[in-house]
Each structure stands twice: as C-alpha cells, then as structure tokens.
Design a protein around this ligand. Structure first.
Ligand code: FAD
Length: 400
C-alpha cells in the first residue's frame, strides 16, 4: 500500500489506464500521477474503431479524461522499455521515472503474419483511419482471420462495395471463440464475401497473400486480424511473473510490491475458474480499475470474479456473450419461428449454465449474466427461450 501523497506511474494510455487514474483520484490519491503512453493521443475507446470509425460515422472516440481535473502528467509518444522493481523505477526511451505505486496497463499488440508485403492491423485510431481510406468500391481487400475483428472489418468493407476475401484456418468463422457447433449457424451472414475456410496463410507478399499450399491470393490491401499478444516485452528483465500476460491475484496485484496490472496485458486469477485468465475484452479492462486502484491504496482490496462479457457488431447483428464455456459443454442453438437465430446456450455436464450468447437481444444480457454459473433449469432467460423459440440444434458436446 502506498501513501495518499505517493507518486503513481501508469504505463499505457488506454481504457484501463484512464479508468484506474479516475479511480485513484476518487479514492483520495493526492500525489502526482505520470502516464507513459506509447501513442500520440489521450486515452480513447477501441471498440468503435472497427465499427463507427470504419463506417465513417465517427472520427473521434476519446474517453472522458480531463488532464487538468485529474491533475495528471501525460508523456505521449513515450515507451516504457524496462522495469526495476527493487529501485522502483520504470525505464523509458526518454529517461527513468521513479514510482511509489505502478499500474501496468499496456494492453496488447496485434499478431502479424510473416512476409514483407504491406500488412494492416487494427488496434489504434490511426490504423482505423488508414484502413477506412482504403474501403472504397472495387478495392480488393483480403482479410486474414475470420474472428471478431475480421468479421467487423468484412462487414464494413462489404457494405462499402469492396471485393472482400477472407482467409480462415478453422472450418468456420469464429470457431476459436465460440466453437464450431455455434459458429456454423452464423455462416450465412458472410454472404457476398469470398470466405475461404481451412486455409493456411504462409506470408504476406507485395502482391497479396501466399498460402501454405503455394497458391497466391492477390490483394489491393491485406488486413491481418488473427489475435493479439499482451504487451509484456518491456517487462522481460523485471522479474515479474509473466505467463502470456502479467500474472496477478484476483485484486490485480502482481508479485512485486505496489505494482498492479489490469486490462488486456493482465492474466488475473479467477476464483471461480480456479486459474489465471486472460480476458481481453472492454468490460473487464474497465471493470477492474476500481480494484486495481484500491490495491495500491489499501491492504484489503476487493476480490474480482466477474462473469465475463463481450459484444461484437457484425453483418447487421449485435452478438453479446457472457460466461465462459468449455468444449465439453452441451450447446443448444435457438431460433425464432421465422428461422432467425436468437441465442446459444452452453451447459456443463452437471447442469450448470456456463455461457449464453444472444443475437440482437440486448435486454437479455443482464439476466443472462446473472444466471450464468447457476443451474440451467433455474435460468429465466433460458426458460423464456424454451417457451418462445425452437431449438434448431442441440449438441451434447464431448461429454457423451
Ligand atoms: P489498450 O486499450 O490496448 O491500451 C494500452 C495502451 O498502452 C496503448 O495505447 C498502447 O500503445 C500502450 N502501450 C503499450 N506498450 C507500451 C509501452 N511499452 N510503453 C508505453 N505505452 C505502451 N472488446 C469488446 O468487449 N467488444 C468489442 O466490440 C471490442 N471491439 C474492439 C475493436 C477493436 C478494433 C479493438 C482493437 C479492440 C476491441 N475490443 C472489444 C477490445 C477492447 O477494446 C480492449 O479489451 C481494451 O481496449 C483493453 O484496454 P487496455 O487499456 O487494457 O489496453
């Protein structure tokens, strides 16, 4: 725990950073706060980048962040390059900064494919604005990866009249995220897109994409959306415990004194899952901020164990998912009587509802999130679905 007038350094200038700074001030920190941010911008929101910014309905996604009111010094375009927890110093590309308390909020970086061809990724507002300029009628866009980012980019590109090819290594889009059984029902949404599943990309070349089988897919532009890696490189010599992300307890505390980590960079202990989990979603990055601030300012911070939640807007639909399913859960897919997909539920062998996915059903999210973790037979959301919808598929999973 640090004194109220202690100096806090926050590395990273995204959602987790902005929310933690507000929480620190709300909880009474009076000491200086320095933000080391690798970007030229003040904190902004990323989910709209692949939605409103790409469509052109927004140019600015700034988060509420009043530098003067929060009394914070933001070092823009400055990168942390090392951490010495013994001397409590962050090394940066423009000198060292000492701290009493440290917040690690460096998020994640997109994974890139090999090759020397021009390859766009979508993580920053500058990435989104660059991609947007290319989404003009007739432009041939090749998207590598048909997961959340790939689907959202494909939506806008198709609607803008681009010729869109999407290369996916799994058998169906989103299979890695929600499993084949559920994902195959979303396939019709990809109409008008040259979707090639089960292909392996070798590299990005100046003319397009070279596949592992030696064939090429020509492209005017290539966007890679194959996932992200927590931005932990600067912590290599720090002695902090890092797996994929920085390991923390359920209150965001790392194994170094007065050092907390949250957001996409952190792999936090989940009491309900009984393991460290890397969530990589907006709700968790912002939702952990109050606990991270409390972990610096008190010896008894709250224990976090939220039911995970995320959403995606694609092909004219809003997908919302809450919970955490396993590949052995039974999967039920529901549609309304006109055949429109409505929801997917996952149930463990002991009858526990482990996850729920809704399609264009925002009002069901809160009750679904509340009933995840309890018996499926007691979930009002599932009961209502069973009354008003039909089950189009009921997969028993690997448990039978
Ligand atoms: P970030 O927002 O990534 O912020 C980290 C910051 O740290 C960055 O500014 C980075 O430049 C900086 N940084 C990194 N390394 C260093 C360093 N060494 N020194 C200094 N600064 C550094 N989630 C959902 O739930 N639903 C969605 O629909 C959704 N859509 C998304 C769409 C896009 C295009 C993207 C990119 C993400 C989306 N997400 C979505 C995920 C969500 O935005 C992230 O979970 C969230 O932004 C994580 O916040 P963060 O603060 O941990 O990391």
């Amino acid at each position: 725990m640090i004194a109220r007038d202690g100096r806090v350094v926050v590395v990273g200038g995204g959602l987790a950073s902005a929310r933690t700074i507000s929480a620190l001030r709300r909880k009474g920190l009076t000491g200086p706060i320095d933000v080391i941010s690798g970007e030229p911008h003040l904190p902004y929101d990323r989910p709209p980048l692949s939605k409103d910014v790409l469509t052109g309905s927004r140019d600015d996604t700034a988060l509420p962040f009043d530098i003067a009111k929060l009394d914070v010094t933001v070092h823009r375009n400055r990168r942390a390059v090392g951490l010495d927890t013994a001397s409590r110093t962050v090394r940066t590309d423009a000198g060292d900064i000492a701290y009493d308390g440290l917040v690690i909020a460096t998020g994640a970086s997109p994974i890139r494919m090999p090759g020397d061809g021009d390859q766009l990724t979508l993580r920053t507002i500058d990435d989104a604005l660059t991609l947007r300029r290319r989404l003009v009628p007739g432009h041939h866009l090749v998207i590598i990866g048909a997961s959340w980012i790939g689907a959202e980019v494909a939506t806008v590109a198709r609607d803008n009249g681009c010729a869109v090819t999407c290369l996916e290594s799994a058998e169906v889009p989103l299979a890695g995220a929600i499993g084949d059984d559920a994902a195959r029902h979303l396939l019709p949404w990809w109409k008008g897109i040259d979707l090639r599943c089960g292909v392996t990309v070798g590299s990005v070349t100046p003319n397009g994409v070279l596949l592992a089988d030696g064939s090429t897919v020509p492209a005017d532009s290539v966007v890679t959306g194959v996932g992200v890696r927590p931005a932990v490189g600067w912590l290599d010599d720090s002695g902090l415990s890092v797996d994929r992300g920085v390991l923390t307890d359920a209150s965001c505390r790392t194994d170094a004194p007065n050092v907390v980590a949250l957001g996409d960079v952190a792999q936090r202990w989940s009491p309900s899952a009984g393991k460290h989990t890397l969530v990589e979603h907006w709700d968790d990055a912002g939702g952990a901020a109050a606990a991270a601030a409390a972990a610096l300012l008190s010896d008894d911070p709250p224990v976090l164990d939220p039911v995970p939640y995320f959403w995606s807007d694609q092909f004219g639909h809003k997908i919302q998912y809450t919970g955490a399913h396993s590949s052995t859960d039974a999967v039920a897919v529901y549609s309304d009587h006109d055949g429109a997909l409505a929801a997917v539920t996952w149930t463990a062998a002991d009858g526990t509802l482990t996850a729920w996915l809704g399609i264009d059903r925002p009002r069901d999210v809160v009750p679904a999130r509340t009933s995840v973790g309890g018996p499926v037979t007691e979930s009002p959301v599932v009961e209502a679905l069973q009354k008003t919808h039909r089950v189009v598929h009921d997969y028993e999973g690997a448990r039978r």
